[in-house]
Design a protein around this ligand. Structure first.
Ligand SMILES: Nc1ncnc2c1ncn2[C@@H]1O[C@H](COP(=O)(O)OP(=O)(O)O)[C@@H](O)[C@H]1O
Ligand SMILES: [Mg+2]
Length: 289
C-alpha cells in the first residue's frame, strides 16, 4: 500500500537550536504509530511540522500526494482539513455543549458564512450523534463541555477530529493529563475507531508501556533524530533505556551501540507498517550527527 505521508530529511531549527536534525519517515493508511522519546526530543515539533503549525527549516513533507511544505493560504487550509488533531488539553470550547464541539470538526469543510452561523446540515448532526454514541457519550451530548471529566473531554476531542473525516490523525500527548484508567479508555477508542476507518494515526506519548500496548509501530526519537523504528515487540527495555537515558543529552549516544545496522525503508518501499525483519535502530547514525 502506498504511503499517505512521506517525510524526507526534515529539519527544524529554533534560532541556533536544531530541534529536528534530519527525519525521514513514511506512514501508510491504517497504521497506528506511536512516537516516544523524552521531553525535548522533538516529538511535538515533528507533529507541528506535519500539519504546518510551524514551518520546517529543511526537508519535504508529502501528504496524500501533495507537498505540504510548499502550500500556503487556502491550499494549506484545505489540506489541513484532511488532518485531524487531538491535543493534550483537548481544546474544547468549555461553555459550548458536547455535540456542538463535535460539529466544530466540520468547520473546515463548510462555506465561511454557514460556519459563521453554525448552520450544519442534518447529515452532519446525525454523524456527530453516531460518533458520540460509538464513543459512549450520547447521554452527555447537551452537557457543557466543561462539565465533563478529562477522559470524557478527550473522547469528545476524538469525535471532533473524526468529524473531519481525516486521512491522517495527529495526537500530541493525548493522555498526558489523564489518570491511567481514563488513559486506557481513550487509547482503546482512538485505536479502534481509527483502525476501523483505515486512518493513519500518529500519536506522541511519553509512556513506553502504552506505546508497546497500542502501537502497530513504535518510533523512538532522541535529540531530534529517529533512533528506533520497528514493531512494539522489538522495542526492548535496552532500547527504551537508551532513548530515555540522560533525557535530551546529545553526547551520551556516542558511547552507546545498540541493535542491528542502521538502515530504513527505501524511498517508496515502505512495507505498510514496521518491518517484519529486525527493527531499524539508528544508533550509529545518531552518534554520527
Ligand atoms: N518555539 C520554540 N522556540 C525555541 N525552542 C523550542 C520551541 N519549541 C520547542 N523548542 C525546543 O525544541 C526542542 C524540542 O521540543 P519539542 O518538540 O516540544 O519536544 P517534545 O515534544 O519531544 O517534548 C526542545 O529542546 C524545546 O525546548
Ligand atoms: Mg511535546
Amino acid at each position: 500500500m502506498g504511503a499517505i505521508l512521506s517525510i524526507r530529511g526534515l529539519r527544524k531549527s529554533y534560532g541556533a537550536f536544531e530541534a529536528l536534525r534530519g527525519v525521514s519517515l513514511d506512514f501508510c493508511p491504517g497504521e497506528f504509530a506511536v512516537v516516544v522519546g523524552p521531553s525535548g526530543a522533538g516529538k511535538s515539533t515533528l507533529i507541528r511540522c506535519i500539519n504546518r503549525m510551524i514551518d520546517p527549516s529543511y526537508g519535504e513533507i508529502e501528504f496524500n500526494g501533495v507537498r505540504m511544505d510548499a502550500l500556503r493560504g487556502s491550499g494549506l487550509r484545505r489540506r489541513r482539513s484532511m488532518i485531524g488533531m487531538i491535543f493534550q488539553h483537548y481544546n474544547l470550547i468549555g461553555r459550548t455543549n458536547v455535540i456542538k464541539n463535535v460539529l466544530h470538526g466540520r468547520l473546515g469543510h463548510m462555506p465561511f458564512i454557514k460556519s459563521l452561523f453554525g448552520l450544519y446540515p442534518a447529515s452532519d448532526r446525525l454523524r456527530a450523534m453516531e460518533l458520540l454514541e460509538e464513543i459512549g457519550l450520547s447521554g452527555q451530548r447537551y452537557k457543557r463541555a466543561d462539565a465533563l471529566s478529562g477522559g470524557q473531554m478527550q473522547r469528545v476531542g476524538i469525535c471532533r477530529a473524526l468529524m473531519q473525516e481525516p486521512r491522517l490523525l495527529l495526537a500530541d500527548e493525548p493522555i498526558a493529563s489523564l489518570d491511567p484508567k481514563s488513559a486506557e479508555i481513550v487509547m482503546d477508542h482512538l485505536k479502534r475507531m481509527t483502525e476501523q476507518r483505515g486512518i493513519c494515526c500518529i500519536v506522541n506519548l511519553h509512556q513506553v508501556d502504552f506505546a508497546r500496548r497500542y502501537a502497530s509501530r513504535v518510533i523512538g526519537v532522541k535529540s531530534g533524530l529517529v533512533v528506533f523504528d520497528g514493531r512494539p515487540d522489538d522495542f526492548t527495555e535496552d532500547i527504551a533505556r537508551f532513548i530515555y537515558e540522560n533525557g535530551g543529552d546529545r553526547d551520551i549516544a556516542e558511547e552507546t551501540q545498540i541493535g542491528p545496522e542502521p538502515g530504513g525503508y527505501p524511498a517508496g518501499e515502505h512495507p505498510g507498517g514496521p518491518s517484519k525483519e529486525a527493527p531499524t535502530v539508528y544508533a550509529e547514525e545518531y552518534a554520527a550527527v
